[in-house]
Design a protein around this ligand. Sequence first.
Ligand SMILES: NC(=O)C1=CN([C@@H]2O[C@H](COP(=O)(O)OP(=O)(O)OC[C@H]3O[C@@H](n4cnc5c(N)ncnc54)[C@H](OP(=O)(O)O)[C@@H]3O)[C@@H](O)[C@H]2O)C=CC1
Ligand SMILES: CC(C)=CCC[C@@H](C)[C@H]1CC=C2C3=C(CC[C@@]21C)[C@@]1(C)CC[C@H](O)C(C)(C)[C@@H]1CC3
Length: 353
Amino acid sequence: MASPQGSRAPLEFGGPLGAAALMLLLPATMFHLLLVVRSGPARLLGPPPYLPGLQVLWSPRMLLLWLTWLGLQAALYLLPARKVAEGQELKDKSRLLYPINGNPIYDFFLGRELNPRVWSFDFKYFCELRPGLIGWVLINLAMLMQEAELRGSPSLAMWLVNGFQLLYVGDALWHEEAVLTTMDITHDGFGFMLAFGDLAWVPFTYSLQAQFLLHHPQPLGLPVASVICLINAVGYYIFRGANSQKNTFRKNPSDPRVADLETIPTATGRQLLVSGWWGMVRHPNYLGDLIMALAWSLPCGVSHLLPYFYLLYFTALLVHREARDEQQCLQKYGLAWHEYCRRVPYRILPYIY
Ligand SMILES: NC(=O)C1=CN([C@@H]2O[C@H](COP(=O)(O)OP(=O)(O)OC[C@H]3O[C@@H](n4cnc5c(N)ncnc54)[C@H](OP(=O)(O)O)[C@@H]3O)[C@@H](O)[C@H]2O)C=CC1
Ligand SMILES: CC(C)=CCC[C@@H](C)[C@H]1CC=C2C3=C(CC[C@@]21C)[C@@]1(C)CC[C@H](O)C(C)(C)[C@@H]1CC3
């Protein structure tokens, strides 16, 4: 967003250099992970065990399968029988125009079109949930079925990982409307980051634990499994509770479920919650999400670092995302946000960060 003096807003992700580096690093990282997870040593920090030839990597049949999957999801997305929810309005009812800063690499990475649509087909909204997230649980299911074929039945660890991540995706689809209040929909353009993130990064790296368990079976006793289920339940409780509380408040501050919460008025007319989940830390939903990320890795044991890649990546993503959101909220709310930070000093982890 341009500042009042008209000067260009500071570039995120390290500007063009950071964007270019990420566009090389992310596909390479995903490729490395998919090679290493199939190898015996499964060493996250080691070199990939081998580099497959082009004849292995290029498969017209797989391309056709992927395009068919995308087409199926697009057809289901266009089904007439669906609820239409309004997106977030901007403060003065209009839509800000982002200055095209004449920087192709950065624009290509972050995207400049906030709502890329062809007729009613919203590419960003479609990609955010459907092909990637549903693809993720389908890959998990394929791993579970392949383990059953290989070993007679799926391991308890594979059941846990499948169950936890099915809950997460099912929750996202059940609360589909809540996506409209996420940063991706309200602030980020649809560029390489979200297109690659939604369509490749989510299905193929988020299913890493299930892929790891297929190639590296892990023993898991019931007592430990019960503790891991409890950890995931706590994470989900915080994640869902915080997101629902904020979304309910944003939709209707007078809703009985949130009406008695303490708030801070802002110059925009919107209020900030300062009690309940959002009085504990400034991003309680991230805390719940990170606790679940830990629960997804634990069934893979502690013999390898690879299954914890998601937790490490996700921590970095949410810490960076939280910093971006802070900047946006500071611009939106000014002194009210300073007051919120004074009263709720921790960002994600109570008394730590
Ligand atoms: N699995 C994954 O890969 C990822 C998952 N996520 C998850 O997505 C969910 C959404 O996260 P994200 O999109 O980052 O945005 P959030 O849901 O955290 O929303 C941030 C916005 O909420 C509003 N807000 C912040 N504090 C308050 C407050 N005290 N009172 C009222 N409103 C407030 C502000 O917007 P405004 O005031 O304008 O309404 C702010 O910009 C999270 O649960 C996160 O864990 C996110 C990224 C990746
Ligand atoms: C490093 C890299 C490729 C970055 C791209 C990040 C994206 C993978 C994520 C950015 C925000 C996301 C959200 C979800 C999935 C991952 C991406 C796209 C999300 C749809 C997962 C399910 C949740 O319930 C959610 C709907 C809250 C969430 C929204 C943000």
